[in-house]
Design a protein around this ligand. Structure first.
Ligand SMILES: CC(C)(COP(=O)(O)OP(=O)(O)OC[C@H]1O[C@@H](n2cnc3c(N)ncnc32)[C@H](O)[C@@H]1OP(=O)(O)O)[C@@H](O)C(=O)NCCC(=O)NCCS
Length: 171
């Protein structure tokens, strides 16, 4: 049954969210089980905690229930990688995934990150349209035989938002 999203809100993730983030990540990726060796997606809590401590992330919740999450890890070069975007199956195709990516970008702009990178499983073709619509461009693929899938790499330059100067304010 579709989840009621009337009270949906986004907020920065905190380390104590790790268990719930792990649970939504596991549920979101269940469809890939047995198809690709992405084991970190199925037993993710240690990695969740490490990512949340090292970088941060965003969660989407409705009435106190966590329904989606994305993490980011900042690099030394002013970039950040987005990781493990996940939306609970009952909440799909209602803008939560796109909202999480946009919220993550907004937070990263605030801490002066200029570029975001991420990787998808190229065999999951739906993800191409999803990230292209969000302004990401593919930078290459790499077949990983032992894991049975092809990572596709993506990047996006973030535009710092700035307050208009007084001369630009209409009226
Ligand atoms: C990928 C994922 C996060 C998308 O979350 P979502 O909340 O459903 O995404 P949105 O509603 O914001 O989708 C925005 C647009 O992306 C595209 N899109 C998203 N999922 C799609 C799908 N399964 N098939 C085709 N297009 C899709 C559509 O253009 C959609 O807009 P529309 O619904 O108006 O047509 C979600 O499907 C998920 O958790 N998948 C499993 C985990 C995963 O693959 N994560 C990505 C790791 S890189």
């Amino acid at each position: 049954m579709a989840q009621d999203l009337t009270l949906l809100r986004y907020r920065p993730a905190v380390p104590s969210d790790a268990e719930e983030v792990a649970s939504v990540t596991r549920a979101a990726n269940a469809e890939y089980r047995g198809r690709y060796d992405v084991s970190a997606l199925f037993d993710p809590s240690a990695q969740d905690l490490a990512d949340l401590r090292r970088g941060g992330g965003q969660v989407a919740e409705t009435a106190g229930v966590l329904v989606g999450a994305v993490r980011y890890v900042r690099g030394a070069d002013g970039s950040a990688s987005l990781r493990r975007l996940a939306v609970a199956p009952a909440c799909r195709r209602r803008g939560v995934g796109g909202g999480l990516v946009r919220e993550a970008e907004r937070m990263l702009i605030e801490v002066r990150v200029g570029r975001v990178t991420l990787a998808t499983v190229a065999e999951v073709r739906d993800l191409d349209a999803f990230y292209q619509d969000l302004g990401y461009r593919p930078t290459g693929t790499e077949w990983v035989a032992r894991r049975g899938f092809t990572p596709r790499y993506w990047t996006k330059d973030l535009e710092p938002t700035r307050a208009p100067s007084p001369s630009e304010v209409p009226g």
